[in-house]
Write a protein that binds this ligand. Structure first.
Ligand code: ZN
Length: 164
């Protein structure tokens, strides 16, 4: 296991589309382990591959460890099958934009599918914090950061806070 350096915005890798993961090889398992260790060390509750400079469709989360219940999860080739039309605003931080919290509106409920490390396709309806978190991480795999989801005014304010 090793802690990987985290890529920070505006590194161009954070604006790139990531490629699908093929076979779940030992290298993929190692990547997932290192990313979990890096996420816990940061500390954060989600980390996507491009944030450690690996351009594939893999992210890791742990929604509850900060509340004392560790639940590490690895998502390969994740997709949203369906999303509610009800949007909810959440204050989101990002390990690649340290010190900046942004208020982002997203569907409050998503039907999410992904491949797990044992190669099985998993399907689950996620709500609340988990729903916001997986959408944030999936955005990273599509080259989108929180700043891209803000109005021009809010973005300018957030960028100013970031560079200050
Ligand atoms: Zn992020």
């Amino acid at each position: 296991m090793s802690i990987l350096p985290i890529v920070t915005w505006p590194d161009p890798r954070l604006s790139e589309m990531c490629t699908p993961v093929g076979q779940v090889t030992s290298a993929i398992r190692q990547q997932a382990e290192d990313m979990l260790e890096t996420m816990y060390d940061a500390p954060g509750r989600g980390l996507a591959a491009p944030q450690v400079g690996v351009m594939n469709r893999l992210f890791v989360t742990d929604f509850t460890w900060k509340d004392g219940q560790p639940d590490p999860q690895v998502f390969l080739n994740p997709e949203i099958l369906d999303a509610s039309s009800t949007l909810v605003e959440t204050d989101e931080g990002c390990l690649s934009i340290p010190g900046v919290t942004t208020r982002v509106a997203r569907p409050d409920r998503v039907h999410f599918v992904w491949t797990s490390l044992d190669g099985a396709r998993v399907s689950q309806v996620l709500t609340g914090f988990a729903a916001a978190c997986v959408q944030h991480e999936l955005d990273h795999l599509n080259g989108i950061v929180t700043l891209d989801r803000l109005s021009p005014e809010d973005r300018a304010r957030a960028e100013e806070a970031y560079s200050a």
